[in-house]
Design a protein around this ligand. Structure first.
Ligand code: DGL
Length: 275
């Protein structure tokens, strides 16, 4: 039994659909969801820079919150830094968000799968390694979609259903023209647009995501390491944003929407420095 919190980390709101699902499956666990708004977006950064900033941030988070597990609710961070972080923090189990390339490669009938992600994720050799692991030789049409990440982070909340459908349609059109019949959402931000992706892709293109995979992996890590909480009550979860500036009003709305307490990490670090 272990009553410490589970830490989630993403550059922004991308991991919230993962948090929502996983916290509903594990209602007695305590969660701290960290949105690294200070370093958003991760996808345009090079590998060295991203590994360094994640090591620094996680070091600071661990010193304050002592999490029992860290979920990298971000494909870019997982693809880029999971191995480095496991080496750097060997006592903490890390759960990565791996693009669902393998199931897509196993199911495609056209033999062509699509992967939509950030520039960093798309250029990483990890995608090809996952295809190889599937044991099937499939063609991969990779598209970097930084504008879609930005849309979700900054415009999604105020966009209409038509606008949301419109932004995903151009990617689906390109993938359909390339013969893709299985599309992997390789960036957690895109889960906000899952309904729109499904609508635009139907019929003919199946959408794959990793929420269930991450949830099951977390469950087995909690069980295997005997890390489940012994406190049987509903928990106060925290939405933590990086930086020192006041959280913009939209963060307050998100905290309310997900029933979390909003905190600014830079302020917490300052207070700790004073005490
Ligand atoms: N949500 C992130 C991912 O899954 C990254 C978005 C970004 O910061 O570029 O890749």
């Amino acid at each position: 039994m272990d009553n410490r919190p589970i830490l989630f980390l993403d550059s922004g709101i991308g991991g919230l659909p993962y948090f929502q699902h996983i916290s509903s499956v594990n209602p007695h666990e305590r969660f701290i969801y960290t949105a690294d708004r200070n370093n958003f977006p991760y996808g345009s950064k090079d590998k060295e820079t991203l590994v360094h900033l994640l090591e620094m941030l996680i070091h600071a988070l661990v010193s304050i919150y002592d999490p029992k597990v860290i979920v990298l609710a971000c494909n870019t961070a997982s693809v880029t830094a999971l191995d480095a972080l496991r080496n750097r923090f060997p006592d903490i189990p890390f759960i990565g968000t791996v693009p669902a390339v393998k199931p897509a490669a196993l199911k495609t009938r056209s033999g062509i799968i699509g992967v939509l992600g950030t520039q960093r994720t798309i250029e990483d050799p990890y995608i090809e390694a996952l295809v190889k692991e599937s044991g099937r030789s499939v063609e991969v049409k990779k598209i970097a979609a930084p504008l879609l990440v930005d849309f979700v982070e900054h415009q999604y909340a105020s966009a209409s259903t038509e606008e949301r459908l419109h932004v995903v349609s151009k990617y689906i059109d390109e993938l359909r023209a390339a013969g893709v019949d299985a599309l992997v959402l390789g960036c957690t931000h895109f889960l906000f647009l899952l309904d729109e992706f499904r609508k635009a892709a139907s019929p003919g293109i199946e959408i794959y995501d990793s929420i269930e995979g991450v949830s099951q992996r977390l469950g087995s890590v909690l069980n295997k390491n005997k890390l489940r909480t012994s406190v049987i009550s509903d928990c106060d979860n925290i939405l933590l944003v990086t930086g020192k500036d006041d959280a913009e009003p939209v963060w307050k709305q998100r905290a309310e929407m997900y029933n979390m307490e909003l905190k600014v990490f830079g302020r917490i670090l300052e207070d700790k420095g004073k005490s």
